[in-house]
Each structure stands twice: as structure tokens, then as C-alpha cells.
Design a binder for this molecule. Structure first.
Ligand code: NAP
Ligand code: COA
Length: 269
């Protein structure tokens, strides 16, 4: 089965060292595996060491690269600092950070507790800042560095049952623009990817259960959900020299979902 990653030269990311939060599962595991496949060494970070160990072992076996897993909660700056220090200690440097750790669930605003709202903001938005901030010195030292923030398209419209994640991801996109401006002079590019609905992910299981996913499919011009490798390919492009002049940009990878108007009662044929 051909993969979108087949178009990249096998050593296009050789010499890079990436830390990928949320890299034990789903989309960000796909990004970590793609980076390793194309020559990078990688540290994956999330809260569960057993999940990280299994994922790291599989990626190592498939790619032959150095892949380590360090448990850390992105809400806790001391744990984040430890993960970054371990990466540098074991992999030699850090030039790439992918902020993918996130939490989400469906909840009506009127039924969401303040702690429920705060929890998602804390993981997605504060976690993105915590990791980028803690990595700054290492990224500056490495040069030709990248912070890649995974957001979403939820906040482009008023997406029901998603006030917490929409607010968080809007903030993440703001961080992408702000840091691109502040850190460009230090040799650090800052970009984002906004995935649309991606098949076989925890996000889709939680947000589009059962019949909802069929309705959602009808609103996607590409008439299908995306694949993890399609997001990983965008992440490789943004890390590669082909994107050397791209910063402050959030690349939407959604089969046209966010630009399609859900025309009442009309199908796309
Ligand atoms: P996922 O597999 O659940 O990925 C989320 C990851 O974040 C998990 O590995 C989770 O691991 C980790 N995590 C959660 N809380 C954490 C914390 N406090 N500290 C450290 N790690 C934490 O879900 P996914 O669907 O692939 O989503 C990946 C990214 O893509 C997310 O940023 C999501 O918002 C974005 N996205 C997904 C879709 C989609 O269709 N799936 C669409 C748009 C955007 P632990 O629970 O073990 O910590
Ligand atoms: N509906 C409404 N509120 C919910 C909820 C739901 N489905 N799930 C959790 N909450 C609320 C809790 O009730 C709690 O608020 P309270 O103290 O007022 O009761 C608050 O959110 C925190 O919940 P808790 O379970 O303590 O948080 P956690 O830090 O252990 O876990 C989550 C974070 C809730 C986001 C959890 O679902 C998670 O770990 N997700 C990671 C994977 C994921 O979401 N992947 C998809 C990415 S798109």
C-alpha cells in the first residue's frame, strides 16, 4: 500500500532530533514514526510510560533510529523540563518540537464544569506554551529549529459541544503566530497543522461516534476522512528544507472540510 511518505527522500530528516508530545498514540505517533523513518531521532512524550515504551520499541524496530519515551504531563513544567533534559542527554540535542498532546470530549457549554473547561485549556494551550518555552534554549542552540503546533479547525466556526477545545486551539494558533514573530531571529520557525477529521484516531472516536461520522463525511469535499500518514506527510514537509521560508503558518489538512458551507438540505452530488 503506497504511503504519502513515499515521496520523501529517505534521509531528508537525517541529523534532526525531535520531541513529540502525544507521540505514544494516534496522529502524533504517526508523526514520530514518519520523522524516524526519514532519519530523525525522536523522543515521544505523554503520561503513560507503558504506552510510550511499546510505541518507541515499535518505531525503533521499524526504522532503526534512536527512539525514546519519557513520561511527562505537559501541564507540569518540571516534568516537561525533565523530558527535554533527557532528550538532550540521550539524543544529543533538540531542534524540533511537535506539540500534539491534547484532551477532548463532547460537552455542551451549559453542562461543562469550570474544571472541565480548564483541564482542556491546560493540556492543549498551556501545555503547548510550557513545552515550547522550556525547549527555547535548546532550539536556539541547535539552529534551523522548528516548533510545530497541532491545532484543529474547530474555532474557524462555532462548533457545538467544543467550547473548551475550540478556545484552546484558537490559543494554540495564536501561539504559533506570536512565537514565529518573536523567535524567527533565533533561527526557530514556528508552524502549525490543523487536521480535519482523521480516521482511526482517539479524536474521531470521541467526537464523531456512530452515525455522526457519516453526516460529517457528507460535508467533506474529499468525501473521506484523512489518514494519519497524510498529517505526518505535512509534518515532514514543514520540518524539511522545502519549508525553510515557511513560518507563522497553520497548514490546514482537512480534505476541504472547513471551507465547505453546509448548504441546508443540499448534497454535493
Ligand atoms: P490521541 O491519540 O488521544 O492523542 C493525544 C495524546 O496526548 C495522547 O497520546 C495522550 O496520551 C496525550 N496526552 C493527553 N494529555 C496529556 C498530558 N496532560 N500530558 C502529556 N500528554 C498528554 O488523539 P489524536 O486524535 O491522535 O489527536 C492528536 C492531536 O491531533 C491532538 O492535538 C488533537 O487535538 C489533534 N486533532 C485530531 C483530530 C482527529 O481527527 N483525530 C482532528 C483535529 C485535531 P496520554 O493520555 O497517555 O497522556
Ligand atoms: N464531559 C464533561 N466533563 C468531563 C468529561 C466529559 N466527557 N470528561 C471529563 N470531564 C471533566 C471532569 O468531570 C472534570 O471536571 P470536574 O472536576 O468538575 O468533575 C474535568 O473534566 C477533569 O477531568 P479528569 O478526568 O480529572 O481529567 P484528566 O486530566 O484525568 O483527563 C481528559 C483529561 C478529561 C481530557 C481525558 O479525557 C484525557 O486524558 N484525554 C486524553 C486523550 C484525548 O482526549 N484524546 C483526544 C484528543 S483530540
Amino acid at each position: 500500500m503506497p504511503s504519502p511518505l513515499d515521496v520523501f527522500r529517505g534521509d531528508v530528516l537525517a541529523g534532526h532530533v525531535a520531541l513529540v508530545t502525544g507521540g505514544g498514540s494516534g496522529i502524533c505517533r504517526g508523526i514520530a514514526a514518519a520523522y524516524a523513518r526519514l532519519g530523525a531521532d525522536v523522543c515521544i512524550v505523554s503520561r503513560k510510560q507503558d504506552v510510550l515504551d511499546a510505541a518507541a520499541a515499535e518505531i525503533r524496530a521499524a526504522t532503526g533510529r534512536k527512539v525514546i519515551g519519557v513520561a511527562a504531563d505537559v501541564r507540569k513544567p518540571d516534568e516537561v523540563a525533565r523530558a527535554i533534559a533527557t532528550t538532550i542527554e540521550q539524543l544529543g540535542k533538540l531542534d524540533t518540537v511537535v506539540n500534539g498532546a491534547a484532551g477532548n470530549f463532547l460537552a455542551p457549554a451549559a453542562g461543562l464544569s469550570p474544571n472541565g473547561f480548564r483541564t482542556v485549556i491546560d493540556i492543549d494551550l498551556n501545555g503547548t506554551f510550557n513545552v515550547a518555552r522550556a525547549a527555547f534554549e535548546a532550539l536556539q542552540k541547535a539552529g534551523d529549529s522548528l516548533v510545530l503546533n497541532i491545532s484543529a479547525t474547530l474555532h474557524y466556526h462555532g462548533t457545538p459541544l467544543q467550547i473548551h477545545a475550540s478556545a484552546a486551539k484558537a490559543g494554540v494558533d495564536a501561539i504559533t503566530k506570536n512565537l514565529a514573530v518573536e523567535w524567527g531571529t533565533f533561527g526557530i520557525r514556528v508552524c502549525g497543522i490543523a487536521p480535519g477529521p482523521i480516521a482511526e484516531t482517539e479524536g474521531m472516536k470521541r467526537l464523531a461516534p456512530g452515525e455522526i461520522d457519516k453526516k460529517m463525511m457528507a460535508g467533506i469535499p474529499a468525501r473521506r476522512f484523512g489518514t494519519i500518514d497524510e498529517i505526518a506527510a505535512a509534518a515532514v514537509f514543514l520540518r524539511s528544507p522545502a519549508a525553510a521560508y515557511v513560518t507563522g503558518h497553520v497548514l490546514v489538512v482537512d480534505g476541504g472540510h472547513c471551507v465547505a458551507t453546509p448548504a441546508l438540505g443540499m448534497s454535493f452530488g
